[in-house]
Design a protein around this ligand. Structure first.
Ligand code: ZN
Length: 147
């Protein structure tokens, strides 16, 4: 008998072998097509962004990762309720140029109606569950109050 599970990313069914392989090699149950997609994403993103993205997928949300908004790539995007999540490494607090660039990104996102939340890498590494709990509350609150 074969059993089938779901890809955490695209929700297509995957069989037990793919499930076990992807859990062991990627840490998530994702189909082979999504494994190739994730391989290609790793050139542009960080493990923290991927971890937060899949933690949000795991809570039933459907954000986009490394989405181009017309000006820039944003780490995690919710088109509804217009939320950008940027997962920041330590350089964001130590480089004036980086900090000013971040402020400009937040400003231009806001002009498009998007709220920007900046999450330090250290929260994803050490407090992922609580971080996601607060993000879920924030998303729901923003969704029901503003949409
Ligand atoms: Zn998939």
């Amino acid at each position: 008998m074969r059993i089938y599970m779901r890809c955490l990313n695209c929700h297509n069914s995957i069989d037990g072998n793919v499930y076990v392989y992807s859990r062991e090699n990627y840490g998530y149950n994702i189909c082979m097509r999504c494994q190739r997609w994730l391989d290609s994403q790793m050139e542009f993103t960080t493990p923290e962004v991927v971890n937060l993205y899949f933690a949000l997928k795991n809570r039933g949300f459907e954000p986009d990762m490394e989405k181009f908004d017309g000006h820039k790539h944003v780490d995690i995007v919710f088109e509804r309720p217009k939320l950008h999540i940027e997962v920041d490494g330590i350089q964001h607090n130590q480089s004036t140029r980086q900090a000013l660039s971040d402020l400009k990104r937040t400003f231009y996102s806001m002009q498009g109606g998007f709220l920007t939340i900046r999450i330090p890498n250290i929260l994803v590494r050490n407090e992922l569950t609580e971080t996601v709990n607060y993000l879920v509350e924030l998303i729901l609150e923003r969704y029901y109050k503003h949409m």
